[in-house]
Design a binder for this molecule. Sequence first.
Ligand SMILES: *Cc1c(COP(=O)(O)O)cnc(C)c1O
Length: 432
Amino acid sequence: MHAFHYRNGRLHCEEADLVQVAETHGTPLYVYSARTVRDHYRRLDQALGDLDHLICYAVKANSNRAILRLLVEQGAGFDIVSGGELYRVIAAGGDPARCTFAGVGKSREEIEYALAEGVFCFNVESEAELDYINRIAAAKGVRAPIALRVNPDVEAGAHKYVSTGRSENKFGIALDRVAAVYEAAARMSGIRIRGVQMHIGSQITDAQPFADAIAKVAPLVRAFRERYAIEFLSIGGGMGIVYESSFESGRRDWWEPSTSGEAPHALTIDEYAAATLPALRALGVRILLEPGRLLVGNAGILLTRVRYLKQAEQKKFVIVDAGMNDLIRPALYQSYHEIVPVIEPAGSNRERVDVVGPVCESGDFFAQDRELTELHEGELAAIMSAGAYGFVMASNYNSRPLPAEVLVDGARVGLVRERQTYADLVRGEHDF
Ligand SMILES: *Cc1c(COP(=O)(O)O)cnc(C)c1O
């Protein structure tokens, strides 16, 4: 899906000219492509074919109501990790009965809220949590639907902060413990066993870890299908996307990985399906998937304007108006985002620079020692692949108002979240 491309010398999102969008809505500004979100959802849905499945979009990747609404219209379910996310899904018109509730530290209020709304399933991460949910549900005279999150202990994930399926991670219940916990769950009056869940990590660009994890939990699923009549296996999310194409160095279309081999290999939806489908079909239960990044990551960019250029002794800095408070991924995960000028460069003047924000932290950078097309004061640049784990992690650090968000669908451009004002910064604060 080619949502971002140069046309008439300017970067467009679908049919929308990003120079105009920036003039109307200001910068820093998140811009999302509706067609890309729909396209990615449909491609995954189609790749799974006639397999009995439900795609539960991981809301934490991008929880803007308009994005959720798009996915509601596609028929998606949702994977939520908090009461707040459940509230957002409902506000977007989503059905709680298609929501799975994950997370290692659910509170009493969240469990009661999710029970009252009738979520599809609680994905339980520890014996203590199982016990707690049981007591809350039993006191209300209901049974909470649950799946245990199994930790299959496989190596996956691009960075140690996003690997979740190893035995040393805080997530899930170890394979050799899980049968005993299911047995305990079966005896609880406030619990109804409904499925098995796993999620091995994020930004995984190789199909093998997914296949390995499925192979490890498959015997459990078979045993539990007989013993507890479980209905589903959720294989989690974690499918990686292309962050580094050759767009930055002059290709004119974004997203499709380069074919010449200079960009790292990306996991395609078809490879993912080919590696997992045979084993999944053989299980004979419904399959849930929880993709976040795959659906929205390459559907969004962060538009920013160059404020100053600064030539230091060793380095040249391009100081932009977006900061780590708007997009923290480079600071948090050392992650890579391509940066391209919005006005298509005429020549090929390139220079080695650091692209940094205005926040008072040395970690406030978007690129370090990177060869980029020359950028000048006042020019617009696009920080690519910012649709997932972008705005959702934004903060008011340095008392910077949260950026606005815009959704593009064809030629239509809609403001889907207003830029915060200074008044918003002090709202809710009190003198003492
Ligand atoms: C974060 C998360 C996901 C989504 O991960 P992506 O890498 O964005 O696909 C899915 N399931 C669970 C349990 C998660 O915590």
